[in-house]
Design a protein around this ligand. Structure first.
Ligand SMILES: [Zn+2]
Length: 823
């Protein structure tokens, strides 16, 4: 699963108190794996009479299972309480009973150990829209055909068909859906039949032959067109709305090559009968349903590729990676979910590295590092833990670290062993360690303990001293991380190691040999809270010192260095992360002309756009006299990301406003990139905040169409940041156009506009359901919490629409629960 913008929040109730076991012990004991007494073998799921008004359907599910104990006299299935079971029939079935979200089927005669039981459940379901299945109606909006899509993960599939809804039992299945002729049906596995029925419907049957987990059963019903592609004879299909036909191939055409690279890296050929990617409305991002990924309907237009859309850079390769990691080898329980998400988040960096080279790979993981740091700062949790908040970026980064430690050859053999040992089956965190052990002979218990079961990362403070007499550099390395997390209500406390044990490489360059080949490189094992590293017999005084050459450790680094060392490093170090760190150091030295010169070099001459962009950002803090000309030159860069950084920095540059405003205006008019134009608009507002300029910037922004409305969003940001209450009527008039305007009203209200709050609150009774939903979201996420709580409490009982009453109730619950401020 991959979510755009907002991260996955897992809520899960513990089955039983677990005493004071450590996290590692709970994980090792499989404390989070559910027990059951049968083995699900196969389900045939038949669905018909879908009704969008009542969000209902009729279902018929035939289940085949094998008893895992002698005398099995009842079968407990997960079945949502909104499934009205009409009958259960089978040769050996007497009765059934429904209790809440559970359906119990009673065999007439107990089933012997390893004997098979088969029965068919017929039901009518009136679903809670958005739970399990989502029914979408156009509501008069553009780009929104009527459709239905499913979302099973974590445990929502039992809300639309009875099953065993936990990942530790795999089955094969068939899904047959009867729908009106104009709708396509996309599901897992291979297409078996597509039969026309009398009365203008057709029945489409898909069959998933190879076993997978039940949360991966999926269904999309929508009017779609199919684009057929292939990888070595395996169908690779893209299902999109007809209106998106022109955009499908460019976006999804990368898929066969990605399948090829993943097959080669893992040593495991793509394991399913086909791969479909289907776009749907109101989706949170993407979901890796086995062989049939569901994705949001945000297909980039041609121009959007100038800005490297998230959709192709991350989303497509992430969901594809799940076909191996998650669908083929599946986490045994949700506490090991990082095995699914960490690998899926790791693999795109491997793909881009393989296609575009080392810098692209570093670029990908540097972004993961930023996300990781933000999440870790909010709450520090281990990777392998129930409800861990950091399984995506930290999972990717720890796997990258493991790959760096083992080297690519050993790493990929170990991954191959892991996948093959758990083919069509489940795995735990320790199973991965055992695969590494089997493949390499190395017991990485220490690595698993530090990086998987415990939390945090090393925070290094390094100081350097050079002795000219002995030509020796001495580095003092301290680990300063603090173990400060508190125990939760179950007695569990996540610990942070006092010492992270890892090998580290130090690289030292000297003036005597300012060529990469003549650097002195020393590898040392870090084993203590404080230790020294000596690099002796240097040719002369150091000109550059890199602590952790190649950036192999997930860490924070404090290391005060002379500007000359940093200036050498930004030119010489091929590692993007180290360069980024160096640029951050340089950017703080705004009174140092040598620092400015080093950044100017990096902004215009560095060999990768991310470094150039970071240097532009850094220059934004320097005086105009030093930075302006470089930033103006950077506006001509071939990479949109650099131009965006340059125009943003120009807008913030102290004392350069007239020129900056003129450049921002010109950039907005002429740049081909949406993101650059969006940034230019904000830069213009920063450089010239007069009413006239602001009004025209807002008007231009609102009138400029762009992918994902990034330019329009800039206009809204200007309104929100300037507290421009004169814009309220215009913002109100646009409430139906997207989710931003509601948030702008909330931002204005948070800044003290009572009128903005009244306007926003009035639209809780808007006739358009989707506007009401966006307004509730704005109350929940953008409006200052005390204001939101007070107003929602005041209006909750007087609201016109039942759905909004319910949403407001939920929002109030969220807003008033302890800790809600840290979300
Ligand atoms: Zn995922």
């Amino acid at each position: 699963m991959q979510r755009n913008a907002r991260l996955l929040a897992l809520l899960f109730v513990l089955p039983a108190p677990l005493g004071s076991q450590s996290n590692a012990a709970r994980m090792a004991n499989d404390a989070y794996t559910r027990s059951h007494d049968y083995d699900l073998i196969h389900q045939r799921i038949e669905l018909r009479n879908f009704d969008w008004d009542s969000t209902s359907l009729d279902g018929r599910v035939t289940t085949t299972l094998v008893a895992l104990r002698p005398g099995l006299d009842s079968v407990i299935l997960d079945a949502g309480k909104r499934l009205e079971v009409r009958q259960v029939v089978g040769a050996n079935v007497v009765r059934f009973a429904a209790h809440g979200d559970t359906l119990v089927v009673y065999p007439a005669h107990p089933v012997a150990f390893h004997d098979t039981l088969r029965f068919t459940i017929e039901y009518h379901a009136r679903l809670d829209n958005g739970r399990g299945l989502t029914f979408i109606t156009p509501q008069g909006r553009e780009h929104r055909p009527q459709q239905i899509w499913s979302q099973g993960e974590d445990h929502d599939n039992h809300l639309w068909f009875p099953t065993y809804d936990f990942p530790n039992d795999k089955m094969s299945w068939e899904l047959a859906a009867t729908v009106p002729a104009e709708y396509s049906v996309v599901s897992n596995g291979r297409l078996v039949t597509d039969r026309k029925n009398p009365g203008g419907t057709h029945t489409v049957t898909w069959r998933q032959d190879r076993p997978s987990a039940t949360y991966l059963v999926s269904l999309v019903v929508a009017p779609l067109v199919k684009f057929a592609d292939a990888w070595r004879g395996v169908p690779v299909d893209y299902f999109v709305y007809r209106a998106d036909s022109a955009r499908a191939r460019r976006l999804f055409g990368v898929t066969p090559d990605m399948i090829d690279v993943y097959s080669r890296l893992t040593g495991l050929k793509y394991p399913w009968d086909k791969y479909a990617q289907t776009t749907v409305a109101d989706f949170f991002g993407g979901m890796e349903n086995v062989s049939a990924t569901t994705l949001v309907d945000w297909l980039p237009d041609d121009r959007a590729y100038l800005d490297r859309p998230w959709y192709q850079w991350i989303l497509i390769p992430h969901e594809l990676a799940h076909q191996w990691f998650g669908d083929y080898t599946t986490t045994e329980n949700w506490a090991n979910m990082w095995l699914n998400e960490g690998f899926a988040e790791f693999m795109p960096g491997q793909y881009w590295g393989a296609k575009l080279g080392r810098h692209a790979e570093d670029d990908y993981y540097l972004d993961e590092y930023r996300q990781y740091r933000q999440i870790d700062a909010r709450r520090r949790m281990p990777l392998a833990a129930l409800g861990s908040n950091n399984i995506y970026p930290k999972g990717a980064l720890v796997l990258r670290m493991l790959q760096r430690y083992l080297g690519p050859e050993r790493f990929w053999v170990a991954i191959n062993v892991y996948l093959r040992r758990h083919a069509f089956d489940n795995a735990t965190t320790d199973d991965l360690r055992q695969a590494v052990l089997a493949a390499t002979g190395e017991n990485l218990d220490w690595f698993w303990d530090e990086w998987l079961y415990q939390a945090g990362h090393p925070q290094f403070t390094v100081t350097a001293a050079y002795d000219t007499a002995t030509r020796t550099l001495t580095l003092t390395v301290k680990q300063t991380q603090i173990d400060s997390t508190k125990a939760d209500s179950t007695g569990l406390r996540y610990t942070t190691p006092a010492v992270f044990r890892m090998p580290v490489t130090v690289r030292v360059a000297t003036a005597a040999g300012d060529r990469e080949g003549s650097d002195v490189v020393k590898r040392v094992d870090l084993t203590a809270r404080e230790q020294t590293i000596e690099v002796a017999s240097l040719a002369g005084a150091p000109t550059m010192v890199v602590f952790d050459d190649g950036n192999t450790i997930l860490k924070d680094l404090t290391f005060d260095q002379p500007t000359t060392w940093l200036a050498t490093a930004v030119r010489r170090d091929p590692d993007l992360w180290n360069r980024q760190w160096v640029i951050e150091q340089l950017a703080q030295r705004t009174a140092d002309t040598a620092a400015a010169a080093a950044l100017a070099w990096a902004a215009t001459r560095s060999d990768y756009f991310l470094t150039r962009a970071a240097a532009c950002e850094g220059l934004g803090h320097f005086p105009a006299a030093v930075a302006q000309e470089t930033l103006v030159a950077a506006l001509q860069d071939t990479a949109a990301q650099v131009r965006r950084a340059a125009v943003t920095a120009l807008g913030q540059l102290p004392g350069a406003s007239a020129r900056a405003a003129e450049l921002a205006r010109a950039t907005f008019r002429s740049d081909p990139s949406y993101e650059v134009r969006a940034a230019a608009l904000v830069a213009l507002f920063h450089a010239d905040s007069t009413q006239a300029t602001r009004d025209s910037a807002i008007a231009w922004g609102l009138a400029s169409p762009s992918y994902r409305d990034v330019i329009e969003e800039s206009a809204y940001r200007i309104i929100a940041q300037s507290g421009d209450t004169a814009a309220i009527p215009m913002v109100e008039a646009r409430l139906g156009g997207g989710r931003f305007p509601a948030h702008v009203l909330a931002a204005l209200a948070s800044r003290g506009s009572a009128h903005a709050l009244d306007v926003l609150a009035a639209h809780l009774d808007d006739a358009r359901a989707y506007v009401r939903r966006w307004v509730v979201e704005a109350f929940r996420f953008t409006l200052a919490h005390p204001l939101a709580t007070e107003r929602l409490k005041a209006v909750a009982d007087k609201l016109k629409y039942a759905d909004t009453k319910k949403d407001v109730g939920q929002a109030l619950q969220q807003l008033t629960k302890p800790g809600s401020e840290d979300e």
